[in-house]
Design a protein around this ligand. Structure first.
Ligand code: ZN
Length: 255
């Protein structure tokens, strides 16, 4: 479908950008991206994906906005306190770009609900903050053949990695194998520092945009780490494990 006059103005900088253009913008408008978690990481990712004109964005989160969220979860405002995050974030996204259809999924992902949830989407962002959710999202995306962006943040640092099926790249479980034993996995109450999720969540949005438009190289086969205190990024190359419990099956063996 051709872009309307308003869309030609709204997306003029994309349309003029070599490698994106009107065709790339049309791909963004047709794309369906699921964000699991609309907290620190999900806030900037949702704002940038909506602004860029990703046509359908799902928000899976059952939490409500609390005052201690607002130091870093920039999609929510003080007026949103107590509101479901999926609704608060949806309002902010529609205010930026009425082109975007926001699907609010007011749930926490579980083994029972995640596969039907993923089915409607092309790309997934793991914006959660628990190991249990991260392993669940990984295993479900591998099983369903869905590309996704993993990210994690803690105190003054973060990490990022992208998985896409059929490309020979490791999945999250190839790298981390299993959640830490109970007791070690508890989130510390301190942090993350403000602006840190802005850095990492924006990189997740960039991975989604690159995947949809087919531009550049995804962060496959390596873990990007960010040390905010040293302003240092590192890329650590990581192999796929052929004995991985998630992706070690026949579906990836050709890679
Ligand atoms: Zn794996």
């Amino acid at each position: 479908m051709p872009l309307t006059t308003e869309q030609q103005q709204r997306y003029a900088r994309h349309i003029a950008l070599g490698g994106v253009g009107a065709a790339g913008q049309a791909k963004l408008l047709r794309a369906k991206v699921l964000l699991i978690g609309v907290g620190g990481l999900g806030s900037p990712a949702a704002l940038y994906l909506a602004a860029a004109g990703v046509g359908t964005i799902g928000l899976a989160d059952a939490d409500a906005v609390s005052l201690s969220n607002l130091q870093r979860q920039v999609i929510h405002t003080t007026a949103d306190l107590g509101r479901p995050k999926a609704l608060s974030a949806g309002d902010a996204m529609r205010a930026i770009n009425p082109d975007v259809t926001v699907n609010a999924h007011r749930l926490f992902v579980t083994a029972a609900n995640i596969l039907p949830l993923l089915a409607d989407y092309d790309f997934v962002l793991d914006c959660t903050d628990t190991f249990a959710a991260k392993f669940l999202i990984n295993d479900a995306c591998v099983l369903a053949g869905k590309p996704f962006s993993h990210a994690g943040i803690l105190r003054f640092g973060g990490q990022l990695m992208t998985y896409a099926p059929g490309r020979g790249a490791p999945c999250y479980r190839c790298v981390f194998a299993a959640p830490p034993p109970a007791g070690q996995a508890a989130e510390p109450p301190a942090g993350p520092i403000g602006a840190l999720p802005g850095v990492i969540g924006s990189l997740q949005a960039m991975e989604a945009i690159k995947y949809i438009t087919g531009q550049g190289e995804l962060l496959l086969g390596c873990l990007l780490t960010y040390d905010a205190l040293k302003t240092e990024f590192r890329k650590i190359k990581l192999p796929r494990r052929t004995d991985c419990a998630a992706c070690g099956g026949a579906s990836e063996n050709f890679a």
